[in-house]
Structure formats: C-alpha cells, structure tokens
Design a protein around this ligand. Sequence first.
Ligand code: FES
Length: 215
Amino acid sequence: MSSKPNKKPTPMIVTTKYSNYLVTDLETLKKSDGSQLKTDPVTALCRCGNSEHKPFCDGSHNDHGGLNEVKKEGGMPDKVKAYEGKDIIIYDNRGVCSFDASCTRLLPSVFKKDERPWIDPNGASVSEIIDTIEKCPSGALSYGIGSRRYQDLEREPAIQTRKDGPLEITGGILLKDDQGSQPESSEHYTLCRCGKSKNKPFCDGEHEDHEFKAD
Ligand code: FES
C-alpha cells in the first residue's frame, strides 16, 4: 500500500493588537547576516522594539505599558495605484511599503524619489523593471503584463531580520491579524518590529526616524 508523503504544515503568523507575533511551524528564522536562529513549534517574535533578545519577545513589552498595536493617524491608505506603460503596468500600494528604497536606488529612471508621479513605467526595459520589482521586500510593488498581474515569487517559507529594520517574510507565510490587515503579496511582506509604524502590522520605514537598532 502506498502512503502519501507527509506535507509540511504552512507556517502562520498570528497576532492581535494586544499581542506579539506568534509564529507557528517556522523552520527558517535568520538574522540579517544570514545566520540561523532556533525556532520552536510556536516562536514569539517582538513587535514593540523593547526586547533585549530581539528578534524574540522576552516579555519586555509588559514593562512599557503593554501592547496596543493599531494603525495610527497619518498612515498611508491601503490602496493600489496602477501606472500603465507601453509594455508593462506597475502596481504600487503605499500602505505596505517599508521604504527600503531598493527601487529608487536600483532603477532611478523608473522609480523617482523626488518627482511626481514617482513611477515612470516607460523609463527602462521590461526585464530591468521586473528584476527591480522582484527585489521589493514589502510587496508594495508588483507588475502586470497583458491581463495578468504578477505579485508572488516561489520561495521556501522564511523570516529574516533586516538590520535596524523590519522582519522580512517570504515564502507565503500566512498572516492572521485581528485588525484584518492583509499583505499586498501573500508571498512576501515586511512587518514592523520597532513598534513605531503608522501602518501596523506592516513596516512603514519609521524605524529610520526613530534610530531603531537591532541585528
Ligand atoms: S513584543 Fe514582547 S518584548 Fe516586544
């Protein structure tokens, strides 16, 4: 009799506005330098920025008035805008962007930091645009060709810390959040771990202004 191979459970991140990030069934948790960290069947990760043992939650949030992690006034709307070019459409959702600036750094002829509109979909070749969008860690950027939209990559589930920045989620780890927040790409997104984002649970780059420090 043939037996079916055991399918690995899909990791999931569960959080509420009053709790840390509880990650189930995660095998790959890495520091920004690529070194592997130990995980448990349920791994609690810090979202407030106060833990002495980042990226893990060590309960320090209780010494800082507890958690109440909701979106704040002044955050970006969770809204997708389309920039239609000759050969490609670039989609952008500012409401999940972590402002890591890989797009403006790698392809400034398309992603223009100081101009409006800030995206010119005719500013480079299709392959250059796709290469750049595939490096967007937050999933804020995606693209369409013809009637098909491309948002996801094929990677194994993993969480990696960005030095002095957010948690970078890849590989389709499910997000269950009592506030109903959903990532723009189900395959990759960035979660706030400094506690200052206005677009919680997503990173919005506030760690830079608050000089958040963590490996
Ligand atoms: S969420 Fe628990 S210490 Fe930060």
